[in-house]
Design a protein around this ligand. Structure first.
Ligand SMILES: *Cc1c(COP(=O)(O)O)cnc(C)c1O
Length: 411
């Protein structure tokens, strides 16, 4: 590698105003973790708080903790912290369930506000999970809803008077390419449709402005750039203006206006609480709070700026050392979020060979090698380490070794 780049990385690290956040996380020795877009690193505080919850609140205080440790309001309390990260107001977000389940509720709630309109517009190449969820909704719909799966460039041309909802993902999970949330939402509104956004890959790493973009509903997860822990509960946003009319289908005692009145029939809670369903996984809820607190402490613009600088350095280093050896970075028009994707015909064994050298990335079929960039704990030096390792792997073709081809269920 040209000697300039490692020196440049060192300089950038030295001057990095976010550098001290790295100490707030446990990062395993000998590993360069570039997969925070799949599972964020563990905040040190998470282990302490989990222990306190388990050993004190659960073991000692038992049922009392619903009141004394305020387990009851965790969805709202954490939701209000998330609101600050997502450009929403207090009372517009609850932390609960999974992204998929929240998407089910949000999409159904949006449809309930547009009776008579039949089309749900989605991107064909979306994270498939979201499309499966929408297929489930349509299969149950009594109103002849239909799904229109489109290519990205076709989206804006198909929003019309029959569109009930556009249901889009802010950042493409493979390429990292962003959709223009504000513009597409405005186009939907111009035609009288609503907009539901999935912000899994943007929350915590870029300054989100759900209200400024006039988003109607949004969902996202907390275990990626928010470092909430494996399977930590997701969140759902519903703009205040919809609370009085919307109806979500997974009605339960937690979305009831008075759960402990045990009345015979359902009556929705007035605010964002109506997006809940049942009892929450308290230990996971408690454990995700340190990740939110760290994200709140960091300056959002700086985080985003560093993310872009990490990406730029990465591309520079790859172009110099790895592109001539057969990888093709996904670049081009538009903005990219906090990841970098590379095409390589044998991305899976290459990814495993990288892991063999302590560089943790991931693979998305059929040929994508994906690196997540977490500005709160990744250093510019990590980029140089990853590129140097990748270059050696490509040059020696050690990825051809049989051990790197072994299949594993999670990629
Ligand atoms: C990670 C991710 C999810 C996660 O969904 P779960 O239901 O929480 O498993 C959903 N949508 C997108 C776009 C994602 O990237």
């Amino acid at each position: 590698m040209h000697h300039d780049l490692p020196a440049k990385a060192a300089r950038l690290d030295q001057r990095d105003p976010l550098l001290s956040f790295r100490e707030r996380f446990v990062l395993p020795e000998g590993k360069t973790y570039l997969n925070g877009n799949s599972l964020g690193a563990m905040p040190r505080q998470a282990a302490r708080i989990a222990r306190k919850c388990v050993e004190h609140e659960w073991a000692q205080k038992l049922i009392d903790s619903w009141n004394t440790a305020d387990w009851l309001h965790l969805p709202q309390r954490l939701g209000n912290k998330l609101a600050q990260l997502a450009g929403a107001q207090s009372g517009e977000i609850v932390v609960t369930d999974t992204t998929g389940i929240n998407l089910h509720k949000a999409l159904a709630a949006a449809l309930s506000l547009r009776p008579g309109r039949t089309t749900i517009l989605m991107e064909r190449d979306n994270f498939p999970h979201n499309n499966y969820i929408a297929e489930g909704i349509v299969a149950q719909s009594s109103q002849q809803h239909r799904l229109l799966f489109l290519e990205r460039h076709e989206l804006e041309h198909h929003i019309n008077e029959d569109t009930a909802v556009i249901c889009l993902t802010h950042v493409h999970y493979k390429t990292g390419r962003l959709l223009d949330m504000e513009r597409l939402t405005a186009l939907a509104h111009q035609k009288g449709a609503l907009a539901v956004w999935d912000v899994c890959h943007s929350v915590g790493v870029m300054p989100l402005e759900l209200n400024r973009c006039r988003v109607d509903f949004a969902v996202g997860c907390t275990y990626k750039f928010l470092n909430g822990g494996p399977g930590s509960p997701a969140f759902v946003f519903a703009a205040h203006r919809h609370h009085a009319q919307m109806r979500q289908p997974l009605t339960g005692w937690w979305s009831h206006s008075s759960p402990f009145a045990f009345t015979a029939h359902y009556e929705a809670a007035p605010g964002i609480g109506q997006m809940l369903t049942g009892t929450q996984p308290v230990i996971s809820m408690v454990t995700l709070e340190p990740g939110l607190d760290i994200a709140l402490e960091a300056d959002k613009e700086r985080v985003w700026q560093k993310s872009q600088q990490l990406r730029t350095l990465f591309l520079e280093a790859l172009n110099e050392t790895c592109v001539p050896l057969g990888v093709t970075p996904v670049t081009g028009e538009g903005l990219f979020a906090s990841q970098l994707a590379l095409h390589h015909k044998h991305a899976w064994p290459v990814c495993n060979a990288l892991a063999g050298q302590g560089i943790i990335a991931d693979f998305r079929a059929p040929d994508i090698l994906r690196f997540g960039l977490s500005p709160l704990y990744n250093r510019y030096a990590d980029i140089i380490k990853a590129t140097t390792a990748l270059r050696a792997i490509l040059a020696t073709e050690c990825w051809q070794e049989k051990r790197y081809w072994e299949k594993r269920p999670v990629t």
